[in-house]
Design a binder for this molecule. Structure first.
Ligand code: ATP
Length: 364
């Protein structure tokens, strides 16, 4: 093979399917971390595990890696059991790569040695060549002889990515890989990482607690809460058709109005909303996205008084008093939509930004 051909194919893996089947986990101190999670990352996809702190994301990742053996259920790689009642493959036999939040580079080793660290099956020269190719792919080959401390956070993250990808894992697991980066750097490193993942064709599972990050990165998103899988789907599905108030609140800031269903609808100080299929008297939460309002000094059908406004750049955040409501409504509107003196205004609500849920104990 020519060097050029070698270069173009190096690091490309055969994408694998990783499945969790009815995974439950309880730690030795009896903390129940996961309850009956069934989820599949399809070959070549980026699946984001999203959820609040303590929801079980890291535990699920550690179970996939083989660092934490699950209490019940099975893990399958390309439909072959790698962890279950009868089999337990140790981490090094799983063809699974890991990237941690703190990058975990060895400070006393050069960048090149950090990247070739895991290539024990290759000769020293072959490992060197593979490591250089991996560094080229993340644009850092010129740092091969340097030590990690001279690299920026974003560059260290790219080295960690090169190190994880160089053994050509079938699946790459990333635990909050961007949380150590400042917000400006985060966007560019995230975009680069996504490009590199696409080129490598590895299946990737990325843990994050940031819904926007999950939407930017994930082909699909799996939302966890208290160790349970709440909803899985494309970003648009979770945003537009959330399965519960919890899911809706994870993806957008909401105003929440409580009311009871009557004749398939709910009456609120902001008007009447459809609540199809709900029996009379059912407690209902009407959730309205902060971005779901149009405001004006002459247009709109709901009168409101501006209580406060905060300039946020492209948009401003309004706090509004509405007749008959014992709470202040929050709205995020385009700057310039209201004059600087506006006090008594009108608003209208976009239907697509209203979500109606039966109040469940989970939603309470
Ligand atoms: P975060 O975003 O804060 O990292 P997470 O969603 O990744 O949270 P996990 O770290 O998986 O959540 O933790 C799930 C639950 O298991 C939590 O209640 C946590 O306190 C508990 N837990 C995690 N590791 C252990 C452990 N080694 N021993 C006992 N309990 C643990």
């Amino acid at each position: 093979m020519t060097e050029a051909a070698q270069k173009s194919t190096a690091g490309v893996t055969f994408a694998a399917r990783l499945s969790f089947e009815h995974i439950s986990h309880r730690f030795s101190d009896h903390t129940a971390a996961l309850h009956d999670v069934t989820l599949t990352a399809e070959p070549g996809e980026v699946l984001c595990l999203l959820g609040p702190s303590g929801s079980g994301k890291t535990t699920l990742l550690r179970i996939a890696a083989g660092i934490e053996p699950q209490s019940a259920g099975r893990v399958l790689l390309n439909d072959r059991e790698i962890a279950g009642p009868s089999v337990f493959l140790p981490p090094e036999q799983r063809s699974i790569g890991l990237v941690f939040q703190d990058f975990a580079l060895f400070p006393h080793m050069t960048i090149l040695d950090n990247v070739r660290f895991g290539l024990t099956a290759l000769s020293r020269e072959e490992a060197r060549r593979e490591a250089i190719i991996a560094l080229e792919r993340v644009g850092l080959a010129h740092y091969a002889a340097a030590y990690p401390h001279i690299l920026s956070g974003g560059e260290q993250q790219r080295v960690a990515l090169a190190r994880a990808l160089v053994p050509r894992p079938a699946v790459l697991l990333m635990d909050e890989p961007f949380s150590g980066l400042d917000s400006r750097l985060k966007d560019s490193v995230r975009a680069e990482t996504l490009d590199i993942l696409r080129q490598s064709r590895a299946t990737a599972i990325v843990v994050t607690h940031d819904a926007e990050e999950a939407m930017r990165m994930g082909d699909r998103i799996a939302l966890l809460k208290d160790g349970r899988l709440i909803q899985v789907g494309r970003a648009q599905e979770l945003y537009q058709s959330p399965a519960s108030l919890f899911v809706a609140g994870f993806f957008s800031e909401l105003n929440i109005l409580d009311a009871d269903a009557r004749h398939g609808a709910v009456e609120t100080p902001l008007g009447r909303f459809e609540a199809p299929g709900l029996a009379d008297g059912t407690p209902v939460a009407v959730a309205i996205r902060l971005s779901g309002f149009d405001v004006g000094e002459r247009i709109g059908d709901i009168p409101a008084r501006v209580v406060s406004r905060r300039f946020l750049g492209v948009v401003e955040l309004l706090e509004l008093a509405v007749p008959g409501a014992d709470f202040h409504l929050r709205a995020r509107v385009r700057c310039g939509a209201l004059s600087s003196q506006a006090k008594d205004i009108w608003l209208s609500i976009r239907k697509s930004d209203v979500l109606v849920f039966e109040r469940q104990p989970e939603n309470a």
